[in-house]
Design a protein around this ligand. Sequence first.
Ligand code: OOB
Length: 534
Amino acid sequence: MPEGCVPWPEPFAEEYRARGYWNDEVLGSLPTRLPGVRDRPAVVTATRTLTYGQLDRAADRLAAGLAGLGLRAADRVVVQLPNDVALVVLCVALFRLCAIPVFAYPAHRTAEIVHLVNSAQAVAYVCPDEVADCDYRTIAKDVLAGTDSLRHVLVAGEPGPFAALHEVDGEPLDLPAPAARDVALLLLSGGTSGPPKLIPRTHADYSYQLRQSSRLCGFGAATRYLCALPMGHNFALACPGVLGTLRLGGAVVLAPSPDPEVCFPLVESAGVTVTSLAPPMVSVWLDAAERTAYDLRSLELLQVGEAPLAPVTGSKVAGRLGCVLQQVYGMAEGLLNYTRLDDPSSVVLHTQGRPLAAADEIRILREDGQEAAPGEEGELFTRGPYTVRGYYRAGEGERTPFTSEGFFRTGDVVRRTAAGYFEVVGRTADVVNRGGEKVPARELEDHLLADPRIASAAVIGLPHPDLGEQTCACVVPQDVARPPTLREVRAGLTDRGIAPYKLPDRLVTLGRIPLTAVGKVDKGALGEQLREGN
Ligand code: OOB
């Protein structure tokens, strides 16, 4: 394990190996030795298809080119590419080089990328040139100015003042294979209240997640997985997702956006069998499916996760999309819960699944610290062979959600049915879940407080019919006579370079922010006050 990571204690690691949960499998090894696989499609987009043979070679050449630039094993690389061929090739190349990708999302802007580069002490940043009005080369310039570890900026497309990713090339090298317990990638936490933490996932634990998830979801060589969510998110990457499909010789179909106009033609032309979506997009797909001329009959499975799915929405999936629905309740830190493909619809519609593996240890603790009985609410704690033991380079003395026994405190309030299925009923963590996109309250509050017009700020989630929750910024203005408008506040935040999905949907100005008896912001009271005022 590299510096900055908390290893599983040796007795646990030994047991996980002895039971075969962890083996020597590493990410980045493609099934190229399977008969006929080299000529089969590995990656498909609207305009291009790459076979396994081509992907294998492109990744080897890119790995050699990156090594030529001086990139070494364990170097961190912030990767912010849209779902496209270049992202898959880069991902495989970095795994082979044993360099560590840090997956940023396409919506991230300067503030987030600076944070990721600094937290990871990344040596390289890889971005596209321009996508939908956002010039990532401008972000790259600001990131270079605001950080000191970066040695390379590589641009997919027109590079401007930087180096072009497609020119990074070299004769394939004989690279030493990583050890299975090495860190393979860093994922971003979605459940922390401040800026995202980095989650070190090893080859061994991630491979285990892929093997188990693929078996559970029935993935195989015939799978055609449509990746419509950002590929760098755990859900699309590895539940079983892109990596789960590639290790079995299936085809990964990449869509730059989950919109039906983009995805439906791909479902038809590539014969997509499975995809994953966040709940707001499910409703959009269901509406569009009623009117579409595209043939969606190849779809066998729709996985839905990241945020609560309304049962009424879920109940329309079989009729309108003609496929099986699966709820996936997971987190980048590890634990995954799935409804099973043969579960009755009452379970699929009303629960968020049960743990992937028998080895997942679960504790549900009530507010009084006692273990909750079946059906009783409590906060979910978990530990297991693919749940990490700590964040990357978590500072000493920082508040940590990992207990002394190594359980991860999820921040989710759940109930467990007698059959072991979870219902996610709420959160203790201070995060707004905007239809799957997580807005950490404290991170946004800090940005709001940097606005000279704002004296104090509290961010809360309010119920929203499509998103589940929307973001409400409650602020006390510096000048009560001239409170800032939502538009002004959003413009100020945009200038600070934050991702558009983190901008508040609503702004409420208050004379003061309610506090609890111990002087903390009383977000419960604030929420009630606003819901009543509606
Ligand atoms: C997934 O991962 P993250 O790390 O972005 O966010 C984790 C949090 C969970 O703690 C929970 O609060 C929420 O997102 N969540 C759900 C959910 N799935 C995740 N809340 C209700 N229902 C669900 N089905 O979001 C993630 C990672 C892997 C697979 C699926 C989702």
